[in-house]
Design a binder for this molecule. Structure first.
Ligand code: PHE
Length: 472
């Protein structure tokens, strides 16, 4: 369907195409089309989709004098005079004299022995009003009164104002940038589909994804499940009894002190399990002191080994069977200074195996298998002292970037002194490994603060999946 548009209407479209959206009365002024004709033209053009006509408000329509129309085109007397400065009053034409009057009144210029000089950079009032008119703004009552006093404004009428904007020229085909079902259905004949530019750069989107720690923790879980382990859990807030006493850590052991342990509100006290006296007796056989008070203190667990002992107790009670392989990947808390390799809360991979034929070499083999599947190839063991294991071994992993061995865990065979009070007489091999340290080795991160805590590098985390692909 091609509509014929007359020359006048064509001119209106052209005017709108090359300007900001205009109010109907502005368009009337610019086009010099009489208002009645204009309104019927606009109705026709908007019905046929060439322009858009929106009712703005019950606005004011201004009827300006021909003088003001002239000012709009050629500038105001004030402006024209200011451009000629410095100048003597003698040579001024009548128009310029009008300008001078107003400039003097507004104290923008002064007269000095017949010479006009500028004394203020303030914009002449009429200029600022004309700027508003050019931008299509409504005038204030003061401004209207002022224009009337200068015979520039003839009348102010209130009538609906329309905002007219350009849509398309007759014969223009509208470009489609997005295909909608309605569009396909209508198969509009006056449309042309814009081709996709597949080489165009798109906006980088960072969708939600797993944190590297979670990625590794999930991977560890899969590896351990694959090695025949089952997952166990335990409380984050532990009693001194489960966190330390059961593990045969003497009550005056330095790690119990405020330095390492976060204690919970001292007014809250834990209940002790029935077999607590067995643990107490074992302590008193070897150590000099025992205080129930100390056992009942609540702490944020400093390791997940209490979870292992809670489950060993279940085994001795027959609630879980033996042999058994259990693990947990959970958060622990230590009041340590933060540095490249230490955080006050971190995650441990706890695990133990209870059964027959367990030895140190079985323990080393298990940990080697685990780390190998995790992609941590170079590990080594070093004998160490541990209150609850004998023998005990620290586990170290080789960090490429730091170019040194870093501690990644601790392990051993649980001591008879820990197992007997629980009623266990089988061997138990056990370990606690740091998830964060494994992440550091695997992704060659030299400073753990880069991925956890307030100094986290958002860019590293955003690019993390790509990073994983690179190192794998
Ligand atoms: N609980 C020890 C730690 O936090 C790890 C460990 C667990 C050591 C089990 C031996 C046996 O470092």
């Amino acid at each position: 369907m091609y509509l014929s548009v007359n020359e006048r209407q064509d001119k209106l479209i052209e005017l709108l195409a090359t300007s900001r959206p205009l109010k109907d009365w502005e368009l009337a002024q610019l086009s010099k089309v009489p208002r009645d004709t204009l309104m019927s033209d606009l109705d026709f053009l908007s019905q046929n989709g060439f322009i858009k006509q929106e009712k703005e408000s019950e606005g004011k329509t201004y009827v300006f004098s021909s003088e003001l129309q002239e000012y709009l085109q050629k500038g105001t007397p004030e402006e024209n005079l200011l451009q000629k400065l410095p100048i003597s009053v003698l040579g001024l034409n009548p128009r310029e004299k009008i300008g001078l009057q107003w400039l003097l009144k507004e104290k923008i210029v002064k007269l000095d022995f017949g010479n006009i000089t500028r004394i203020s950079q303030t914009k002449p009032y009429v200029v600022s009003i004309l700027e508003k008119i050019k931008e299509g703004q409504q005038l204030t009552q003061d401004e209207e009164i002022y224009l009337k006093s200068r015979n520039l404004l003839k009348d102010v009428k209130t009538s609906p104002t329309y905002l007219i904007s350009f849509v398309k020229r007759p014969g223009d085909k509208k470009k489609i940038t997005q295909i909608t079902p309605q569009l396909i259905k209508s198969r509009a004949q006056d449309t042309e589909l814009q081709e996709y530019d597949v080489t165009e750069k798109t906006i980088q989107v960072y969708p939600g994804k797993k944190h590297p720690l979670q990625v590794i923790a999930d991977e560890m879980k899969q590896v351990l499940l694959g090695m025949g382990f089952k997952e166990m859990d335990g409380p984050i807030v532990e009693s001194g009894f489960w966190n330390f006493d059961v593990l045969f850590m003497p009550q005056n052991h330095p790690s119990r002190e405020i330095m390492d342990t976060f204690f919970i509100n001292p007014e809250l006290k834990a209940d002790l399990p029935e077999f607590f006296d067995k643990v107490r007796d074992e302590h008193l056989k070897h150590y000099s002191s025992w205080s129930e008070e100390e056992s009942r203190k609540l702490v944020l667990r400093t390791h997940t080994t209490p979870s292992s002992f809670r489950h060993l107790k279940l085994i001795s009670e027959g609630k879980l069977k033996s042999p058994q392989r259990l693990f947990s990947i959970n958060k622990v808390f230590r009041n340590e200074a933060i540095d490249k390799t230490h955080l006050p809360e971190f995650n441990q991979v706890e695990g133990f195996i209870i059964g027959e034929d367990l030895s140190l070499s079985k323990l080393m083999g298990t940990l080697k298998t685990f780390y190998e599947q995790m992609g941590v190839k170079k590990i080594k063991f070093k004998p160490v002292y541990n209150p609850y294991t004998e023998p005990s071994m620290e586990v170290f992993g080789w960090h490429e970037g730091l170019n040194k061995w870093i501690e990644i865990g601790n392990s051993g065979l649980f001591r008879r002194e820990t197992l007997e009070p629980l009623g266990i007489n089988q061997r138990v091999i056990a370990w606690g490994l740091a998830v964060e340290r494994a992440v550091m080795i695997k992704y060659n991160i030299q400073d753990i603060r880069q991925i956890v805590g307030p100094h986290t590098s958002m860019n590293f985390l955003r690019e993390f999946n790509e990073y994983v692909d690179l190192v794998n």
